[in-house]
Design a protein around this ligand. Structure first.
Ligand SMILES: NC(=O)c1ccc[n+]([C@@H]2O[C@H](COP(=O)([O-])OP(=O)(O)OC[C@H]3O[C@@H](n4cnc5c(N)ncnc54)[C@H](O)[C@@H]3O)[C@@H](O)[C@H]2O)c1
Length: 592
Protein backbone atom coordinates (compact mmCIF):
# COMPACT_ATOMS: atom_id res chain seq x y z
CA UNK A 1 0.00 0.00 0.00
CA UNK A 2 1.55 3.28 -0.99
CA UNK A 3 1.30 6.23 1.30
CA UNK A 4 -1.74 8.51 1.20
CA UNK A 5 -0.20 11.98 1.07
CA UNK A 6 -2.61 14.37 2.73
CA UNK A 7 -0.55 17.45 3.50
CA UNK A 8 2.11 18.99 1.33
CA UNK A 9 4.20 22.14 1.30
CA UNK A 10 5.54 24.05 -1.68
CA UNK A 11 8.47 26.38 -1.14
CA UNK A 12 8.65 29.22 -3.68
CA UNK A 13 5.44 30.30 -5.40
CA UNK A 14 6.79 31.64 -8.69
CA UNK A 15 6.11 30.39 -12.21
CA UNK A 16 6.41 26.73 -11.20
CA UNK A 17 5.65 26.70 -7.49
CA UNK A 18 2.21 28.30 -7.96
CA UNK A 19 1.36 25.68 -10.60
CA UNK A 20 2.50 22.83 -8.38
CA UNK A 21 0.38 24.17 -5.50
CA UNK A 22 -2.65 24.10 -7.80
CA UNK A 23 -1.95 20.57 -9.04
CA UNK A 24 -1.61 19.20 -5.50
CA UNK A 25 -4.61 21.10 -4.11
CA UNK A 26 -6.78 19.93 -7.01
CA UNK A 27 -6.09 16.40 -5.83
CA UNK A 28 -7.47 16.96 -2.39
CA UNK A 29 -4.28 17.68 -0.46
CA UNK A 30 -3.92 20.44 2.09
CA UNK A 31 -1.12 22.73 1.00
CA UNK A 32 0.99 25.34 2.66
CA UNK A 33 2.79 27.65 0.25
CA UNK A 34 5.97 29.29 1.55
CA UNK A 35 7.50 32.49 0.22
CA UNK A 36 10.33 34.82 1.25
CA UNK A 37 8.16 37.72 2.36
CA UNK A 38 4.55 38.84 2.51
CA UNK A 39 4.69 40.65 -0.85
CA UNK A 40 5.97 37.52 -2.60
CA UNK A 41 3.39 35.37 -0.79
CA UNK A 42 0.60 37.70 -1.96
CA UNK A 43 1.90 37.52 -5.54
CA UNK A 44 2.07 33.74 -5.32
CA UNK A 45 -1.48 33.63 -3.98
CA UNK A 46 -2.77 35.77 -6.84
CA UNK A 47 -0.96 33.53 -9.34
CA UNK A 48 -2.72 30.45 -7.94
CA UNK A 49 -6.08 32.23 -7.79
CA UNK A 50 -5.81 33.56 -11.33
CA UNK A 51 -5.00 30.11 -12.67
CA UNK A 52 -7.86 28.44 -10.75
CA UNK A 53 -10.18 31.19 -12.00
CA UNK A 54 -9.08 30.51 -15.61
CA UNK A 55 -9.83 26.81 -15.13
CA UNK A 56 -13.29 27.72 -13.79
CA UNK A 57 -14.09 30.12 -16.61
CA UNK A 58 -13.07 27.47 -19.13
CA UNK A 59 -15.48 25.04 -17.48
CA UNK A 60 -12.74 22.65 -16.35
CA UNK A 61 -13.81 22.88 -12.71
CA UNK A 62 -16.99 24.15 -11.05
CA UNK A 63 -17.18 27.28 -8.85
CA UNK A 64 -17.64 24.96 -5.87
CA UNK A 65 -14.57 22.89 -6.69
CA UNK A 66 -12.57 26.10 -7.18
CA UNK A 67 -13.62 27.31 -3.72
CA UNK A 68 -12.66 23.93 -2.20
CA UNK A 69 -9.27 23.97 -3.93
CA UNK A 70 -8.49 27.50 -2.77
CA UNK A 71 -9.79 26.65 0.72
CA UNK A 72 -7.19 23.89 1.07
CA UNK A 73 -4.29 26.30 0.53
CA UNK A 74 -2.66 28.45 3.18
CA UNK A 75 0.28 30.80 2.72
CA UNK A 76 3.16 31.55 5.01
CA UNK A 77 6.52 33.27 5.12
CA UNK A 78 7.99 30.91 7.70
CA UNK A 79 9.70 27.69 6.68
CA UNK A 80 8.74 26.24 10.08
CA UNK A 81 5.18 25.92 8.78
CA UNK A 82 6.18 23.01 6.53
CA UNK A 83 6.38 20.81 9.68
CA UNK A 84 3.06 18.89 9.22
CA UNK A 85 3.75 18.08 5.53
CA UNK A 86 4.36 14.49 4.29
CA UNK A 87 5.78 15.94 1.12
CA UNK A 88 7.67 19.16 0.45
CA UNK A 89 8.27 20.41 -3.10
CA UNK A 90 10.94 23.07 -3.36
CA UNK A 91 10.54 25.50 -6.29
CA UNK A 92 12.79 28.45 -5.47
CA UNK A 93 15.06 30.03 -8.10
CA UNK A 94 17.58 27.77 -9.83
CA UNK A 95 20.56 28.53 -7.57
CA UNK A 96 22.45 25.72 -5.89
CA UNK A 97 23.46 27.57 -2.71
CA UNK A 98 19.94 28.81 -2.10
CA UNK A 99 18.43 25.37 -2.62
CA UNK A 100 21.04 23.70 -0.40
CA UNK A 101 20.29 26.11 2.41
CA UNK A 102 16.57 25.37 2.11
CA UNK A 103 17.11 21.59 2.09
CA UNK A 104 19.25 21.87 5.21
CA UNK A 105 16.42 23.72 7.00
CA UNK A 106 13.69 21.42 5.67
CA UNK A 107 15.58 18.42 7.02
CA UNK A 108 15.50 19.80 10.53
CA UNK A 109 11.88 21.04 10.43
CA UNK A 110 10.15 18.10 8.74
CA UNK A 111 9.06 14.81 10.16
CA UNK A 112 11.59 12.00 9.52
CA UNK A 113 9.26 10.23 7.08
CA UNK A 114 8.47 13.25 4.97
CA UNK A 115 9.68 13.17 1.37
CA UNK A 116 11.74 16.17 0.33
CA UNK A 117 11.47 16.91 -3.39
CA UNK A 118 13.07 19.51 -5.62
CA UNK A 119 11.59 20.87 -8.81
CA UNK A 120 15.05 21.81 -10.09
CA UNK A 121 15.43 21.68 -13.86
CA UNK A 122 19.14 21.08 -13.97
CA UNK A 123 20.91 21.18 -10.61
CA UNK A 124 22.28 18.02 -9.06
CA UNK A 125 19.63 16.41 -6.85
CA UNK A 126 22.46 14.46 -5.22
CA UNK A 127 24.16 17.69 -4.16
CA UNK A 128 20.92 18.96 -2.67
CA UNK A 129 20.36 15.66 -0.88
CA UNK A 130 23.70 15.76 0.88
CA UNK A 131 22.79 19.13 2.36
CA UNK A 132 20.47 17.07 4.60
CA UNK A 133 21.21 14.38 7.19
CA UNK A 134 18.78 12.02 5.43
CA UNK A 135 19.68 12.02 1.72
CA UNK A 136 17.68 8.80 1.24
CA UNK A 137 14.42 10.74 1.35
CA UNK A 138 15.43 13.39 -1.20
CA UNK A 139 14.14 13.09 -4.75
CA UNK A 140 13.56 15.22 -7.84
CA UNK A 141 9.99 15.88 -8.95
CA UNK A 142 10.40 17.86 -12.13
CA UNK A 143 7.06 19.29 -13.20
CA UNK A 144 6.72 21.06 -16.55
CA UNK A 145 5.48 24.51 -17.31
CA UNK A 146 2.56 25.17 -17.00
CA UNK A 147 2.31 22.52 -14.27
CA UNK A 148 -1.51 22.18 -14.36
CA UNK A 149 -1.36 21.48 -18.12
CA UNK A 150 1.74 19.45 -18.94
CA UNK A 151 1.36 15.76 -18.14
CA UNK A 152 4.98 14.75 -17.61
CA UNK A 153 6.77 14.62 -14.28
CA UNK A 154 10.37 13.46 -14.32
CA UNK A 155 11.08 11.59 -11.08
CA UNK A 156 14.79 11.87 -10.37
CA UNK A 157 16.42 9.28 -8.18
CA UNK A 158 19.94 9.71 -6.94
CA UNK A 159 22.27 6.85 -6.03
CA UNK A 160 21.15 7.17 -2.42
CA UNK A 161 17.39 7.71 -2.85
CA UNK A 162 15.43 4.99 -1.08
CA UNK A 163 13.55 2.71 -3.50
CA UNK A 164 10.47 3.08 -1.28
CA UNK A 165 10.62 6.85 -1.73
CA UNK A 166 10.86 6.44 -5.53
CA UNK A 167 7.85 4.09 -5.53
CA UNK A 168 5.79 6.44 -3.37
CA UNK A 169 6.69 9.40 -5.57
CA UNK A 170 5.71 7.49 -8.73
CA UNK A 171 2.38 6.47 -7.17
CA UNK A 172 1.73 10.06 -6.14
CA UNK A 173 2.48 11.41 -9.62
CA UNK A 174 0.05 8.88 -11.07
CA UNK A 175 -2.57 9.89 -8.53
CA UNK A 176 -2.14 13.48 -9.72
CA UNK A 177 -3.15 12.29 -13.19
CA UNK A 178 0.36 12.83 -14.55
CA UNK A 179 2.82 10.56 -16.32
CA UNK A 180 5.95 9.74 -14.31
CA UNK A 181 9.28 8.89 -15.95
CA UNK A 182 12.01 7.77 -13.55
CA UNK A 183 15.53 8.86 -14.49
CA UNK A 184 18.98 9.22 -12.96
CA UNK A 185 20.50 12.46 -11.75
CA UNK A 186 22.05 14.30 -14.67
CA UNK A 187 21.80 17.98 -15.70
CA UNK A 188 18.62 18.63 -17.64
CA UNK A 189 17.27 15.10 -17.15
CA UNK A 190 15.56 13.99 -20.37
CA UNK A 191 13.43 16.84 -21.62
CA UNK A 192 15.55 19.87 -20.73
CA UNK A 193 18.68 18.14 -21.88
CA UNK A 194 17.13 17.89 -25.33
CA UNK A 195 15.26 21.17 -25.19
CA UNK A 196 17.79 23.70 -23.99
CA UNK A 197 20.43 23.17 -26.69
CA UNK A 198 17.69 23.91 -29.19
CA UNK A 199 16.47 26.99 -27.29
CA UNK A 200 20.00 28.34 -27.00
CA UNK A 201 20.56 27.79 -30.72
CA UNK A 202 17.36 29.70 -31.52
CA UNK A 203 18.60 32.64 -29.43
CA UNK A 204 21.92 32.51 -31.28
CA UNK A 205 20.04 32.70 -34.59
CA UNK A 206 18.28 35.81 -33.39
CA UNK A 207 21.44 37.27 -31.90
CA UNK A 208 23.30 36.85 -35.20
CA UNK A 209 20.31 38.39 -37.01
CA UNK A 210 19.92 35.29 -39.11
CA UNK A 211 16.15 35.60 -38.84
CA UNK A 212 13.62 37.66 -36.88
CA UNK A 213 12.02 36.48 -33.60
CA UNK A 214 8.63 36.17 -35.34
CA UNK A 215 10.11 34.11 -38.18
CA UNK A 216 12.11 31.78 -35.93
CA UNK A 217 9.03 31.07 -33.82
CA UNK A 218 6.64 30.74 -36.78
CA UNK A 219 9.07 28.39 -38.53
CA UNK A 220 9.09 25.93 -35.63
CA UNK A 221 5.36 26.14 -34.99
CA UNK A 222 4.39 25.74 -38.63
CA UNK A 223 7.28 23.61 -39.85
CA UNK A 224 7.30 21.12 -36.93
CA UNK A 225 3.87 21.52 -35.34
CA UNK A 226 5.35 22.59 -32.00
CA UNK A 227 2.92 24.24 -29.56
CA UNK A 228 5.02 27.39 -29.41
CA UNK A 229 8.19 28.80 -30.92
CA UNK A 230 11.51 28.65 -29.02
CA UNK A 231 11.68 32.35 -28.18
CA UNK A 232 8.09 32.49 -26.94
CA UNK A 233 8.91 29.39 -24.88
CA UNK A 234 12.00 31.06 -23.40
CA UNK A 235 9.71 33.91 -22.31
CA UNK A 236 7.34 31.41 -20.68
CA UNK A 237 10.15 29.55 -18.90
CA UNK A 238 11.77 32.78 -17.70
CA UNK A 239 15.13 33.94 -19.04
CA UNK A 240 16.78 33.88 -15.62
CA UNK A 241 15.75 30.26 -15.13
CA UNK A 242 16.79 29.40 -18.69
CA UNK A 243 20.18 31.01 -18.10
CA UNK A 244 20.78 29.02 -14.94
CA UNK A 245 19.71 25.76 -16.61
CA UNK A 246 22.05 26.30 -19.57
CA UNK A 247 24.89 27.36 -17.32
CA UNK A 248 24.53 24.23 -15.18
CA UNK A 249 24.31 22.02 -18.25
CA UNK A 250 27.40 23.66 -19.67
CA UNK A 251 29.37 23.14 -16.49
CA UNK A 252 28.38 19.50 -16.31
CA UNK A 253 29.00 18.55 -19.94
CA UNK A 254 31.34 21.35 -21.17
CA UNK A 255 29.37 21.30 -24.41
CA UNK A 256 29.88 24.67 -26.10
CA UNK A 257 26.35 24.44 -27.48
CA UNK A 258 25.03 24.79 -23.93
CA UNK A 259 27.09 27.90 -23.14
CA UNK A 260 24.29 30.47 -22.72
CA UNK A 261 24.07 32.86 -25.69
CA UNK A 262 25.42 36.23 -24.47
CA UNK A 263 22.11 37.88 -25.28
CA UNK A 264 20.35 35.85 -22.56
CA UNK A 265 22.65 37.20 -19.85
CA UNK A 266 22.21 40.75 -21.12
CA UNK A 267 18.44 40.43 -21.08
CA UNK A 268 18.45 38.98 -17.55
CA UNK A 269 20.67 41.83 -16.37
CA UNK A 270 18.27 44.32 -17.96
CA UNK A 271 15.35 42.71 -16.10
CA UNK A 272 13.87 41.28 -19.30
CA UNK A 273 12.94 37.92 -17.78
CA UNK A 274 10.07 37.00 -20.10
CA UNK A 275 6.36 36.92 -19.31
CA UNK A 276 6.88 37.23 -15.58
CA UNK A 277 8.46 40.68 -15.94
CA UNK A 278 6.30 41.72 -18.91
CA UNK A 279 9.24 41.89 -21.30
CA UNK A 280 11.50 39.23 -22.75
CA UNK A 281 11.97 38.40 -26.42
CA UNK A 282 8.45 39.79 -26.80
CA UNK A 283 6.57 42.50 -24.90
CA UNK A 284 3.49 41.58 -22.87
CA UNK A 285 0.45 43.57 -21.78
CA UNK A 286 1.67 43.48 -18.15
CA UNK A 287 3.93 41.35 -15.96
CA UNK A 288 2.56 37.81 -15.82
CA UNK A 289 0.36 38.29 -18.86
CA UNK A 290 0.47 36.00 -21.88
CA UNK A 291 -0.86 38.69 -24.24
CA UNK A 292 1.85 39.85 -26.64
CA UNK A 293 1.73 43.55 -27.49
CA UNK A 294 3.54 45.26 -30.37
CA UNK A 295 6.89 46.88 -29.61
CA UNK A 296 9.73 48.57 -31.47
CA UNK A 297 10.87 45.34 -33.11
CA UNK A 298 7.45 44.22 -34.32
CA UNK A 299 7.67 44.26 -38.12
CA UNK A 300 5.40 46.95 -39.57
CA UNK A 301 5.00 45.23 -42.91
CA UNK A 302 6.65 42.31 -44.58
CA UNK A 303 8.28 44.27 -47.41
CA UNK A 304 11.83 45.35 -46.72
CA UNK A 305 12.99 46.98 -49.95
CA UNK A 306 10.28 49.59 -50.42
CA UNK A 307 10.60 48.92 -54.17
CA UNK A 308 7.62 47.90 -56.30
CA UNK A 309 6.84 44.20 -56.38
CA UNK A 310 7.43 42.34 -59.62
CA UNK A 311 4.20 41.19 -61.28
CA UNK A 312 3.58 37.44 -61.25
CA UNK A 313 0.93 36.20 -63.67
CA UNK A 314 2.36 32.82 -64.52
CA UNK A 315 4.63 30.43 -62.69
CA UNK A 316 6.72 27.53 -63.93
CA UNK A 317 7.47 24.43 -61.84
CA UNK A 318 10.06 21.81 -62.76
CA UNK A 319 9.93 18.25 -61.49
CA UNK A 320 7.50 15.37 -61.14
CA UNK A 321 8.01 14.20 -57.56
CA UNK A 322 5.98 14.73 -54.39
CA UNK A 323 7.18 18.28 -53.85
CA UNK A 324 6.74 19.41 -57.47
CA UNK A 325 3.18 18.11 -57.78
CA UNK A 326 2.27 19.57 -54.38
CA UNK A 327 3.64 22.97 -55.36
CA UNK A 328 1.83 22.94 -58.73
CA UNK A 329 -1.39 22.15 -56.87
CA UNK A 330 -0.86 24.99 -54.37
CA UNK A 331 -0.35 27.57 -57.12
CA UNK A 332 -3.24 26.36 -59.28
CA UNK A 333 -5.65 26.24 -56.33
CA UNK A 334 -4.91 29.83 -55.47
CA UNK A 335 -5.55 31.17 -58.95
CA UNK A 336 -2.04 31.25 -60.44
CA UNK A 337 -1.45 29.90 -63.97
CA UNK A 338 1.16 27.11 -63.78
CA UNK A 339 3.20 25.37 -66.45
CA UNK A 340 5.10 22.39 -65.13
CA UNK A 341 7.87 20.58 -66.92
CA UNK A 342 8.59 16.88 -66.40
CA UNK A 343 10.91 14.48 -68.21
CA UNK A 344 8.61 12.67 -70.63
CA UNK A 345 4.90 12.35 -71.32
CA UNK A 346 4.43 9.50 -68.84
CA UNK A 347 5.69 11.70 -65.98
CA UNK A 348 3.51 14.61 -67.09
CA UNK A 349 0.50 12.31 -67.01
CA UNK A 350 1.50 10.94 -63.61
CA UNK A 351 1.74 14.43 -62.10
CA UNK A 352 -1.66 15.38 -63.52
CA UNK A 353 -3.18 12.20 -62.11
CA UNK A 354 -1.63 12.84 -58.69
CA UNK A 355 -2.94 16.41 -58.58
CA UNK A 356 -6.38 15.38 -59.83
CA UNK A 357 -6.75 12.75 -57.14
CA UNK A 358 -5.47 15.13 -54.45
CA UNK A 359 -8.04 17.76 -55.53
CA UNK A 360 -10.77 15.12 -55.63
CA UNK A 361 -9.92 14.12 -52.08
CA UNK A 362 -10.24 17.77 -51.08
CA UNK A 363 -13.69 17.91 -52.76
CA UNK A 364 -14.86 14.73 -51.03
CA UNK A 365 -13.76 16.15 -47.68
CA UNK A 366 -15.75 19.31 -48.38
CA UNK A 367 -12.62 21.47 -48.49
CA UNK A 368 -12.95 22.43 -52.15
CA UNK A 369 -15.94 22.83 -54.46
CA UNK A 370 -16.25 20.86 -57.69
CA UNK A 371 -16.09 24.13 -59.65
CA UNK A 372 -12.92 25.21 -57.86
CA UNK A 373 -11.37 21.83 -58.67
CA UNK A 374 -12.19 22.18 -62.37
CA UNK A 375 -10.88 25.76 -62.39
CA UNK A 376 -7.63 24.71 -60.66
CA UNK A 377 -7.03 21.89 -63.14
CA UNK A 378 -7.74 24.36 -65.95
CA UNK A 379 -4.83 26.52 -64.78
CA UNK A 380 -2.31 23.67 -65.07
CA UNK A 381 -0.37 22.90 -68.23
CA UNK A 382 2.09 20.00 -68.35
CA UNK A 383 5.04 20.13 -70.78
CA UNK A 384 8.22 18.16 -71.45
CA UNK A 385 10.48 20.97 -72.63
CA UNK A 386 12.02 23.72 -70.54
CA UNK A 387 11.49 26.07 -73.50
CA UNK A 388 7.83 26.25 -72.45
CA UNK A 389 8.96 28.36 -69.47
CA UNK A 390 10.29 31.21 -71.62
CA UNK A 391 7.53 33.62 -70.58
CA UNK A 392 7.06 32.59 -66.93
CA UNK A 393 7.50 35.32 -64.29
CA UNK A 394 8.80 32.90 -61.68
CA UNK A 395 10.18 29.39 -62.09
CA UNK A 396 10.39 27.04 -59.07
CA UNK A 397 12.51 23.96 -59.45
CA UNK A 398 11.79 20.85 -57.35
CA UNK A 399 14.00 18.25 -59.02
CA UNK A 400 16.27 15.72 -57.33
CA UNK A 401 18.48 16.98 -54.43
CA UNK A 402 21.69 16.82 -56.48
CA UNK A 403 23.80 19.91 -56.89
CA UNK A 404 25.12 19.13 -60.39
CA UNK A 405 21.61 18.45 -61.69
CA UNK A 406 20.36 21.70 -60.21
CA UNK A 407 23.29 23.73 -61.50
CA UNK A 408 22.81 22.44 -65.04
CA UNK A 409 19.12 23.25 -64.76
CA UNK A 410 19.77 26.81 -63.55
CA UNK A 411 22.19 27.44 -66.44
CA UNK A 412 19.48 26.26 -68.87
CA UNK A 413 16.79 28.36 -67.20
CA UNK A 414 19.04 31.41 -67.31
CA UNK A 415 19.30 30.97 -71.08
CA UNK A 416 15.60 30.23 -71.63
CA UNK A 417 13.71 32.52 -69.23
CA UNK A 418 12.91 36.12 -70.08
CA UNK A 419 15.01 38.86 -68.50
CA UNK A 420 13.57 39.81 -65.09
CA UNK A 421 12.05 36.37 -64.50
CA UNK A 422 12.84 35.06 -61.01
CA UNK A 423 14.34 31.63 -60.48
CA UNK A 424 13.68 29.70 -57.26
CA UNK A 425 14.93 26.41 -55.83
CA UNK A 426 13.10 24.29 -53.26
CA UNK A 427 16.32 22.68 -52.06
CA UNK A 428 16.28 21.79 -48.38
CA UNK A 429 20.01 21.37 -47.92
CA UNK A 430 22.05 22.69 -50.85
CA UNK A 431 23.38 26.26 -50.96
CA UNK A 432 21.08 28.48 -53.03
CA UNK A 433 24.07 30.58 -54.08
CA UNK A 434 25.50 27.54 -55.92
CA UNK A 435 22.48 27.67 -58.21
CA UNK A 436 22.61 31.46 -58.52
CA UNK A 437 26.29 31.48 -59.41
CA UNK A 438 25.84 29.60 -62.70
CA UNK A 439 23.37 32.20 -63.98
CA UNK A 440 23.93 35.71 -65.33
CA UNK A 441 21.21 36.90 -62.91
CA UNK A 442 22.18 35.85 -59.38
CA UNK A 443 20.11 38.78 -58.05
CA UNK A 444 16.97 37.06 -59.41
CA UNK A 445 17.67 33.73 -57.70
CA UNK A 446 16.02 32.84 -54.38
CA UNK A 447 15.18 29.79 -52.27
CA UNK A 448 11.55 28.75 -51.70
CA UNK A 449 11.66 25.90 -49.24
CA UNK A 450 8.20 24.34 -49.12
CA UNK A 451 7.43 21.61 -46.57
CA UNK A 452 5.99 18.19 -47.29
CA UNK A 453 3.07 17.77 -48.04
CA UNK A 454 3.10 21.18 -49.75
CA UNK A 455 -0.71 21.53 -50.04
CA UNK A 456 -1.02 21.07 -46.25
CA UNK A 457 2.05 22.63 -44.66
CA UNK A 458 1.73 26.39 -44.26
CA UNK A 459 5.38 27.27 -43.96
CA UNK A 460 7.70 28.44 -46.74
CA UNK A 461 11.28 29.45 -45.93
CA UNK A 462 12.20 32.22 -48.37
CA UNK A 463 15.97 32.08 -48.60
CA UNK A 464 18.02 35.04 -49.78
CA UNK A 465 21.64 34.67 -50.79
CA UNK A 466 24.27 37.39 -50.55
CA UNK A 467 23.29 38.31 -54.12
CA UNK A 468 19.47 38.16 -54.05
CA UNK A 469 17.81 41.50 -54.84
CA UNK A 470 15.56 42.76 -52.01
CA UNK A 471 12.58 43.24 -54.36
CA UNK A 472 12.83 39.56 -55.34
CA UNK A 473 12.54 38.56 -51.67
CA UNK A 474 9.60 40.94 -51.21
CA UNK A 475 7.85 39.62 -54.32
CA UNK A 476 8.24 35.99 -53.30
CA UNK A 477 7.16 36.75 -49.72
CA UNK A 478 4.08 38.51 -51.06
CA UNK A 479 3.35 35.62 -53.42
CA UNK A 480 3.52 33.16 -50.49
CA UNK A 481 0.82 35.19 -48.75
CA UNK A 482 -1.32 35.11 -51.93
CA UNK A 483 -1.12 31.31 -52.12
CA UNK A 484 -2.11 30.89 -48.45
CA UNK A 485 1.35 30.14 -47.10
CA UNK A 486 3.24 31.68 -44.19
CA UNK A 487 6.61 32.94 -45.42
CA UNK A 488 9.64 33.36 -43.18
CA UNK A 489 12.86 34.84 -44.48
CA UNK A 490 16.38 33.72 -43.70
CA UNK A 491 19.88 33.62 -45.13
CA UNK A 492 21.50 30.91 -47.21
CA UNK A 493 22.91 28.61 -44.52
CA UNK A 494 22.71 24.84 -44.18
CA UNK A 495 19.38 23.79 -42.71
CA UNK A 496 17.84 27.28 -42.98
CA UNK A 497 15.76 27.81 -39.83
CA UNK A 498 13.75 24.64 -39.30
CA UNK A 499 16.20 21.87 -40.12
CA UNK A 500 19.08 23.66 -38.40
CA UNK A 501 17.05 23.81 -35.18
CA UNK A 502 15.38 20.41 -35.51
CA UNK A 503 18.08 17.94 -36.54
CA UNK A 504 20.71 18.64 -33.86
CA UNK A 505 17.94 18.00 -31.31
CA UNK A 506 17.10 14.67 -32.98
CA UNK A 507 20.80 13.82 -33.04
CA UNK A 508 21.04 14.65 -29.31
CA UNK A 509 18.13 12.29 -28.64
CA UNK A 510 19.98 9.47 -30.43
CA UNK A 511 23.07 10.25 -28.35
CA UNK A 512 21.04 10.13 -25.13
CA UNK A 513 19.68 6.73 -26.18
CA UNK A 514 23.13 5.40 -27.04
CA UNK A 515 24.35 6.51 -23.61
CA UNK A 516 21.56 4.39 -22.05
CA UNK A 517 20.30 7.31 -19.99
CA UNK A 518 16.71 6.62 -21.04
CA UNK A 519 14.80 4.40 -23.45
CA UNK A 520 13.39 5.58 -26.80
CA UNK A 521 9.88 5.22 -25.33
CA UNK A 522 10.71 7.36 -22.29
CA UNK A 523 12.42 10.00 -24.42
CA UNK A 524 9.46 10.18 -26.83
CA UNK A 525 7.08 10.36 -23.88
CA UNK A 526 9.09 13.10 -22.21
CA UNK A 527 9.04 15.36 -25.27
CA UNK A 528 5.36 14.77 -25.96
CA UNK A 529 4.04 14.99 -22.40
CA UNK A 530 6.56 17.49 -21.05
CA UNK A 531 6.87 19.88 -23.98
CA UNK A 532 3.67 19.19 -25.94
CA UNK A 533 5.52 18.04 -29.05
CA UNK A 534 3.26 16.26 -31.56
CA UNK A 535 5.78 13.40 -31.93
CA UNK A 536 8.76 12.23 -29.95
CA UNK A 537 12.22 12.38 -31.58
CA UNK A 538 12.36 8.66 -32.38
CA UNK A 539 8.88 8.59 -33.87
CA UNK A 540 9.87 11.56 -36.02
CA UNK A 541 13.21 10.06 -37.08
CA UNK A 542 11.42 6.89 -38.21
CA UNK A 543 8.94 8.96 -40.25
CA UNK A 544 11.55 11.25 -41.83
CA UNK A 545 13.90 8.36 -42.55
CA UNK A 546 17.20 7.77 -40.79
CA UNK A 547 19.18 8.11 -44.03
CA UNK A 548 17.61 11.51 -44.77
CA UNK A 549 18.19 12.61 -41.17
CA UNK A 550 21.81 11.49 -41.26
CA UNK A 551 22.40 13.35 -44.54
CA UNK A 552 20.95 16.57 -43.10
CA UNK A 553 22.94 16.20 -39.88
CA UNK A 554 26.14 15.65 -41.90
CA UNK A 555 25.46 18.77 -43.97
CA UNK A 556 24.95 20.81 -40.81
CA UNK A 557 28.10 19.42 -39.26
CA UNK A 558 30.19 20.09 -42.36
CA UNK A 559 28.93 23.65 -42.66
CA UNK A 560 29.21 24.74 -39.05
CA UNK A 561 31.91 22.31 -37.80
CA UNK A 562 30.24 22.17 -34.40
CA UNK A 563 31.63 19.15 -32.60
CA UNK A 564 28.33 18.56 -30.87
CA UNK A 565 26.59 18.30 -34.24
CA UNK A 566 28.68 15.39 -35.53
CA UNK A 567 26.23 12.61 -36.35
CA UNK A 568 25.89 10.20 -33.43
CA UNK A 569 27.61 6.89 -34.30
CA UNK A 570 24.42 4.98 -33.46
CA UNK A 571 22.58 6.89 -36.22
CA UNK A 572 25.32 6.02 -38.72
CA UNK A 573 25.24 2.37 -37.68
CA UNK A 574 21.47 2.12 -38.04
CA UNK A 575 21.69 3.57 -41.56
CA UNK A 576 24.52 1.16 -42.45
CA UNK A 577 22.36 -1.71 -41.17
CA UNK A 578 19.52 -0.60 -43.43
CA UNK A 579 17.26 0.36 -40.51
CA UNK A 580 15.95 3.50 -42.17
CA UNK A 581 12.64 3.87 -40.34
CA UNK A 582 9.08 3.21 -41.42
CA UNK A 583 9.99 2.92 -45.09
CA UNK A 584 12.09 -0.20 -44.45
CA UNK A 585 9.87 -1.58 -41.69
CA UNK A 586 12.51 -1.00 -39.05
CA UNK A 587 14.15 2.06 -37.53
CA UNK A 588 14.18 2.85 -33.85
CA UNK A 589 11.05 0.73 -33.74
CA UNK A 590 9.90 -2.29 -35.71
CA UNK A 591 6.80 -1.89 -37.90
CA UNK A 592 4.35 -4.54 -38.98
N1 LIG B 1 10.15 28.03 -15.35
C1 LIG B 1 10.04 26.83 -15.82
O1 LIG B 1 9.58 26.63 -16.95
C2 LIG B 1 10.44 25.63 -14.98
C3 LIG B 1 10.01 24.35 -15.33
C4 LIG B 1 10.33 23.28 -14.51
C5 LIG B 1 11.11 23.47 -13.37
N2 LIG B 1 11.54 24.74 -13.06
C6 LIG B 1 12.33 24.89 -11.84
O2 LIG B 1 11.47 25.34 -10.81
C7 LIG B 1 12.20 26.14 -9.89
C8 LIG B 1 11.53 27.50 -9.75
O3 LIG B 1 11.60 28.18 -11.00
P1 LIG B 1 10.54 29.29 -11.41
O4 LIG B 1 10.63 29.44 -12.87
O5 LIG B 1 9.23 28.99 -10.78
O6 LIG B 1 11.19 30.58 -10.73
P2 LIG B 1 10.51 31.96 -10.33
O7 LIG B 1 11.57 32.96 -10.29
O8 LIG B 1 9.30 32.21 -11.16
O9 LIG B 1 9.96 31.67 -8.83
C9 LIG B 1 10.78 31.43 -7.72
C10 LIG B 1 10.04 31.86 -6.46
O10 LIG B 1 10.80 31.46 -5.33
C11 LIG B 1 10.70 32.48 -4.34
N3 LIG B 1 11.79 32.35 -3.39
C12 LIG B 1 13.06 32.79 -3.50
N4 LIG B 1 13.76 32.46 -2.39
C13 LIG B 1 12.92 31.81 -1.57
C14 LIG B 1 13.04 31.26 -0.27
N5 LIG B 1 14.19 31.31 0.40
N6 LIG B 1 11.96 30.70 0.31
C15 LIG B 1 10.79 30.65 -0.34
N7 LIG B 1 10.61 31.17 -1.59
C16 LIG B 1 11.66 31.73 -2.20
C17 LIG B 1 10.73 33.74 -5.15
O11 LIG B 1 10.17 34.81 -4.41
C18 LIG B 1 9.88 33.37 -6.37
O12 LIG B 1 8.52 33.65 -6.19
C19 LIG B 1 13.62 26.22 -10.42
O13 LIG B 1 14.39 25.24 -9.82
C20 LIG B 1 13.43 25.92 -11.89
O14 LIG B 1 14.58 25.40 -12.49
C21 LIG B 1 11.20 25.81 -13.82
Amino acid sequence: MSREFTTAAVVGLGTMGAGVVEVLARNGMRIVGIEVDQGAADRGKSRVEASVERATSRGKITEEEAADILGRITYSVSLDDVAPADLVVEAVPERLELKKEIFGKLDSVCDRDAILATNTSSLSVTELSVATDHPRRVIGLHFFNPAPVQKLVEVIRTVVTDQGVVDEAVALVERLGKTPVVVGDRAGFIANNLLFGYLNHAVQMLESRYASREDIDAAMVMGCGLPMGPLALMDLIGLDTAYEVLDTMYHQGRDRLHAPAPMIKQMVTAGMLGRKSGRGFYSYAKPGSSTVVPDATTPAARTVSGAALRPIASVGVIGSGTMASGIVEVFAKSGVEVIFVARGDAKVEAVLRKITSSLERAVSRGKLTEDAKVAALGRITGRTSLDSLAQADLVVEAVVEDLEVKRTLFADLDRICRPGAMLATTTSSLPVIECAAVTTRPHDVVGMHFFNPAPVMKLVEVVHTVATAPDVVDTVVDLCGRIGKHPVTCGDRAGFIVNALLFPYLNDAVRMLSEHYATADDIDLAMKNGCGYPMGPFELLDVVGLDVSLAIQRTLYLEFRERGWAPTPLLEQMVTAGYLGRKTGRGFRIYA
